[in-house]
Structure formats: C-alpha cells, structure tokens
Design a binder for this molecule. Structure first.
Ligand SMILES: Nc1ncnc2c1ncn2[C@@H]1O[C@H](COP(=O)(O)OP(=O)(O)OP(=O)(O)O)[C@@H](O)[C@H]1O
Ligand SMILES: [Mg+2]
Length: 267
C-alpha cells in the first residue's frame, strides 16, 4: 500500500481564549494536500474561530503545521506570505471601491505576477464588471470577488468561510462550480453548512462542537450515515431539531433550507 500523502495543514489541540472566555478547547484538523476538506459544525461551534486561529487573527496555542512547518507563533502577515488565501465569512470586500481596485489591493508584492488570467477565466463576470463599485454587486458576485482575491497570488491553501451563506440557489451553484475548479489546482479548506455542497465538493471533513473536534473522516461516509449526521450536525432527523433555532443550537443548513430562503437573500 502506498502511504497517504502528507497533509498540507495539520492542526493539533488548537486553543483560543478571547476576553477570558475559552472559545476553542482543542481543535484537531487535517487538511489534505489536494481537493477540498470541509469544516463543519453548528452555528457557534467554533469554525470561524478555528480559521482565524490558523491565520493568527486571534491569540492561540497548540500546533498549526503548514507543509510540515510549525506556524502557531507566526503573525498573520507572515502566514499570508507563506501562501494562505482567505475568503472571510463576511466576504470583506471594499464596497466603495471598484472590482478592479479590490483585486489590485489583494496583489501581494513578492508573490510573482498576479494571476489575472486565472481570475478572468474563472470569473468572466468580474472582468465585465471591473469598474463597478463592489458594494453594488449581488451577494454572489461579491463572493466571487472574495474568492478571486485568494487566487491572484499563487497561494498554496485557500480557506473559504461559508462562501454560500445567504446566497440564492443560482449563486450557490455558481460558487460551487468555481470552488470545484479552484480545488483542482489549490487545496481548499471549506467552512460550509450546506451539506449538499459538502457532499459534492469535499473528500474529507472535520466536525466541531463546542470548540472541539468531535469527528474527522471521509465526508461521504459521514453524510451517508443519517444517525451520525443527526448526532453531529443536527440534520436528518424528523424530531426536535428542525430548521428553527433551538436551545441546543441551530442545525446546519440543508439545500432545501437554502432554497426556502431564496426570496430574502442575494439581492
Ligand atoms: N471575539 C469574540 N469574543 C467573544 N466571543 C467570541 C468571539 N468570537 C467568537 N466568539 C464566540 O465563540 C463561539 C464560536 O464562534 P465562531 O464564530 O467561531 O462559530 P462558528 O462555528 O463560525 O459559527 P457560525 O456557523 O455561526 O459562523 C461563539 O459562541 C461566539 O459567540
Ligand atoms: Mg462562522
């Protein structure tokens, strides 16, 4: 048997305390060297904090190895230079700036010629809207800007935090198509609550609950196991954990749930 390829990112016992509050109590996460790895968990489980911990945006302890090198003590700007691209949960586009200006700001000196060919190939719409203020784009188009920024600099890992949140089904499909293409060339860590998307895109997954990793394994295996999906993610049951928020924490979103939100989303 050939040995499994070394992971690109290996997080062990990640702990984060903010304002005296323990948010992460020991997150383990392995991101494969190719394809998409999904980070799952209910609202408030600690997914975004994990990503921010990996990027050094919050104080953290534990071990975060990128391609075998320990990075847990490195500041964010060094981690970015080492090749981690980040599309944050709120997309973080500059609303008053044009699409082209948003992209220009993401160019990283020293990372070589920015790869506008790739960006324009994946996002022809952004090329057409280069001069449009990013704040006037639809939610889906803004997400495209956020992802495009991560592709300019030849990054070795892309982290996308809930890229389909609040998007209409058509935009979800478009973002999924792009992420699928991206993962063919760069490994992706995808925080996602849309399980239909996870099923389509992710090979591996990790599940967080209350600031800890409670499961790691092949994504298809978890999603095929209704009992495990219900227990770990709060979906697939007909019982008390419906789409509404509950004291136990809301469940992750499903494709049907997303579709039902269409009318209020993605203006
Ligand atoms: N800066 C902060 N100060 C205090 N508490 C925080 C801070 N950031 C996050 N938390 C808390 O930590 C917990 C985990 O939050 P986090 O945003 O990581 O969850 P999440 O899994 O990304 O949730 P969601 O699915 O809603 O995006 C939550 O209870 C949140 O309120
Ligand atoms: Mg989050």
């Amino acid at each position: 048997m050939t040995p499994a390829p070394a992971p690109l990112l290996s997080v062990r016992d990640l702990r984060v305390v903010i304002g005296g509050r323990h948010i992460l109590h020991g997150v383990d996460l392995t991101v494969a060297a190719s394809g998409t790895t999904a980070l799952l968990g209910r609202n408030g489980a600690g997914k975004t904090t994990t990503v921010r911990g990996v990027l050094g945006l919050v104080p953290r302890t534990g071990s975060v190895q990128l391609a075998g090198e320990e990075t847990v003590r490195l500041p964010t700007h060094v981690l970015v230079r080492r090749g981690i691209g980040y599309a944050p949960e709120d997309r973080g586009v500059f609303a008053a700036l044009s699409v082209a200006e948003n992209l220009r700001l993401a160019e990283r000196p020293g990372a070589g010629e920015p790869d506008y060919d790739l960006v324009h190939e994946l996002f022809p719409e952004l090329a057409r809207r280069a001069r449009q203020a990013a704040g006037t784009l639809s939610g889906g188009q803004q997400q495209m800007v956020a992802i495009a920024r991560t592709l300019l600099n030849g990054n070795r890992l892309i982290i996308a935090d809930e890229p389909t949140k609040g998007l209409a089904p058509k935009a979800v499909t478009e973002v999924a198509r792009v992420l699928e293409r991206v993962a063919e060339t760069v490994p992706v860590l995808l925080v996602e609550q849309n399980l239909a998307l996870v099923r389509r895109l992710a090979r591996h997954c990790a599940v967080l609950a209350d600031g800890r990793t409670v499961h790691q394994g092949p994504a298809a295996e978890l999603l095929a196991d209704a009992e495990a999906a219900r227990r770990l993610l709060g979906v697939g049951s007909t019982g008390h954990r419906g789409p509404a928020r509950t004291p136990a924490g809301p469940p992750v979103r499903t494709a049907a749930h997303d579709a039902a939100r269409t009318t209020e989303a993605d203006t």
